[in-house]
Design a protein around this ligand. Structure first.
Ligand code: ARG
Length: 455
């Protein structure tokens, strides 16, 4: 395709380092779609005669069917997907195939193909995130009033509801989806027609190809069009952030499934055994999601480092843009499916959760708040008094609600028996009625809103 000024062919190793077909064959649908839009526009503009243009379009249809049925035959000498399609077109329709590349370069061709692919990837990940959100909503609704310990520093802090805890991940997924949507809107411009870097002398209709391929408009600068990979970086950055969120939930699943916690049991379908310890049930899927999130962060890093030193416009380094995006997409889609499956099927051991919530003097803040509200004690002093009550309970080996009133009044005479109304874990969560708090009614209201939001 470019051998005119060369006397010798490339060495075998040159061929190997140069070829991207082993991975960019994944872009064949996008490549054919881009070529069809280009061919139709060349015809409409009278740049290629109607007869040749129609043969090109028929040939592209035939190649599409062929690849659909049997994939393509890789040939390293043909470098990439763009040359594979064009070479096959020449085999099928003869010299007319040579007119397709008029007013086009592989530089704008790869830019359009890859954008189309990333745009589809965004849509698929968005659907995966929506499914994950629906799974969270279902379980949160079931457990809007189930009590579990809330932690800070992984120490029991205050009781919360399990529904509230699960809905925290719903909010993260909501932000993840908005990052993908934001990136999608920005990437939705067509670089086709930028040609190699400077634009072209042919009278193209870039609006027409943009519209045909579902883009909002053509890109405004030909140099930027062929050297911009922000769209892939934004995809990878949103993917890395989503992976980070999934990894935090995965970590909680691993902790909760451990015997000392026993908060959850994973079904057989999401557990693995040990080849030596017959009793084991391991949360491998959660561990792998946690592990894979590192690869997602790595994919962003890989492309960012590739791009950061490149002068305008195209350099072959940019051929390395595809594998991180392909791998990140595959990894994230799988992680989302695994997390959705785990959330849907795991069993919450609610007795264990409630017992753990009642431990660790988790309603101490409720006692301090009561002293402020009912007895008019300044919060700092209430904190100190409560600390002494916790110490007394610890010494007596009882939970806070079981401390005798005499012990409490000996610590501070302003305490009376109404205090017992706030010391249970149920009373504690029910009292957290501030907007966004853990009270079951508030959680139910948020779930109802969330259902409307995701439709
Ligand atoms: N396979 C190349 C890539 O993925 C296509 C663009 C090649 N352009 C060129 N001038 N060599 O980036």
């Amino acid at each position: 395709m470019w051998g005119g000024r060369f006397a010798d062919g490339p060495s075998a190793v040159m061929r190997e380092i140069n070829a991207s077909i082993p991975f960019d064959k994944r872009l064949w649908r996008q490549d054919i779609a881009g070529s069809k839009a280009h061919a139709r526009m060349l015809k409409a503009q009278g740049i290629v005669g109607a007869e040749d243009a129609d043969r090109i379009l028929e040939g592209l249809d035939a190649i599409e069917k062929e690849y659909e049925a049997g994939g393509l035959v890789e040939n390293l000498a043909l470098e990439d997907i763009h040359m594979h399609v064009e070479a096959r077109l020449a085999e099928l329709i003869g010299p007319a195939a040579g007119r397709l590349h008029t007013a086009r370069s592989r530089n704008d061709q790869v830019a359009i193909d890859f954008r189309l692919w990333v745009r589809d990837a965004v849509d698929a990940i968005d659907a995966g995130l929506a499914a994950f959100q629906r799974a969270l909503l279902t379980r949160a609704e079931e457990h809007a009033a189930t009590i579990m310990p809330g932690f800070t520093h992984l120490q029991v802090a205050q009781p919360v509801t399990l529904g509230h805890h699960l809905m925290a991940y719903f909010e993260m997924a909501k932000r993840d989806r908005s990052r993908f949507a934001d990136a999608r809107a920005r990437m939705n411009e067509s670089p086709l027609g930028a040609a190699a870097l400077a634009g072209t002398s042919f009278q193209l209709d870039r609006e027409a190809t943009a519209t045909a391929l579902g883009f909002a408009r053509p890109t405004a600068n030909s140099l930027d069009s062929v050297s911009d990979r922000d769209f892939a970086l934004e995809f990878l950055s949103a993917a890395a952030m989503t992976g980070l969120h999934l990894s935090r939930l995965a970590e909680e699943i691993v902790i909760w499934a451990s015997q000392p916690y026993g908060f959850i049991s994973l079904p057989d379908a999401f557990s693995t055994g040990s080849s030596i310890m017959p009793q084991k049930r391991n949360p491998d899927a959660a561990e792998l999601v946690r592990g894979h999130s590192g690869r997602l962060l790595g994919a962003f890093q890989a492309l960012a480092v590739t791009m950061k030193g490149l002068p305008l416009a195209y350099s072959k380094d940019m051929q390395d843009d595809k594998e991180p995006a392909f791998q990140a997409y595959d990894t994230l889609a799988l992680c989302l499916a695994a997390m959705t499956g785990m959330v849907e099927t795991l069993t919450f051991n609610t007795d264990r959760m409630r017992a753990a919530a009642a431990g660790g003097f988790s309603t101490a803040t409720d006692l301090a708040d009561w002293l402020v509200r009912v007895a008019g004690v300044p919060f700092r002093e209430a904190h100190h008094i409560t600390g002494r009550a916790v110490k007394a309970a610890e010494d007596a080996g009882v939970p806070l609600p079981d401390l005798p009133l005499a012990t409490l009044t000996a610590i501070d005479a302003r305490i009376d028996d109404r205090v017992y109304e706030v010391l249970s874990v149920e009373a504690s969560v029910a009292s957290r009625t501030s907007f966004g708090g853990t009270a079951p009614d508030g959680v139910r209201a948020r779930i109802a809103d969330a259902r409307r939001e995701i439709g």
